[in-house]
Design a protein around this ligand. Structure first.
Ligand code: ZN
Length: 207
């Protein structure tokens, strides 16, 4: 923990003073641009990846970036989704899976989750990915295809949440599916079907 505490001290002494005004302004409230639902994996840094500042990302993280269908149980995910969309008026939600995801590897090989009953139970919400991974276009590695299929499955689960369904139907909310290849620093985005494309190629077409 010593390295962590030293980091906090350095933040306080060297970083915070340059951002004092920004944090003071955020005391009045937040208006995040995006609800990012991603994995708890330590190799993902949402603010670094999106080059955003405090106040811009509303974030849900868990093993496998899973979203249980609405009503499955009282979950932190459901509460955070509802609050973000209804109370904060967030207009974009991205589910972001990533390469080398341990949760998705466990989904593919359930024996690796033996002795981890909570993981095993949670991964139940990722199982629809296994049924659709064959349809995924844009990735060679089998595990990455599962990651991508899981992103699409979780977008379906998101749409079972009334706050999401209502805001999307009224045109106030757009859902995005991302796969983050952290080794290459690349983001792949899904179109409406099972096809993923590199973000830079999509942006070139838009520009
Ligand atoms: Zn992961």
């Amino acid at each position: 923990m010593e390295k962590i505490y030293r980091g906090v001290r350095r933040f306080q002494s060297e970083v915070f003073p340059d951002h004092r005004d920004h944090f003071a302004a955020l005391g009045a409230g937040q208006a995040p641009r995006l609800l990012l639902i991603t994995c708890a994996d330590s190799r993902i840094d949402p603010a670094l990846l999106t080059q955003t500042q405090p106040g811009e990302l509303f974030v849900i993280r868990n093993a496998g970036n899973l979203v249980a269908p609405y009503g499955a149980f009282a979950s932190g995910e459901a509460a955070t989704i509802e609050y973000g969309i209804r109370a904060l008026g967030i207009q974009h939600v991205a589910v972001c899976g990533h390469t080398h995801c341990g949760a998705m590897a466990a989904l593919r090989e359930p024996e690796s989750a033996v002795g981890l009953p909570a993981v095993e139970a949670w991964l139940e919400y990722g199982k629809p990915a296994l049924e659709r991974e064959e349809t995924i276009e844009g990735f060679e590695a089998p595990l990455t295809r599962t990651v991508a299929a899981n992103v699409l499955a979780q977008l379906d689960h998101l749409r079972t949440h009334p706050s999401v369904a209502e805001a999307e139907a009224s045109g106030d909310l757009t859902l995005h599916g991302w796969v983050y290849d952290f080794e290459a620093g690349r983001i792949f985005v899904s179109d409406d079907a099972a096809h993923f494309r590199r973000l830079d190629s999509v942006m070139r077409e838009v520009a």
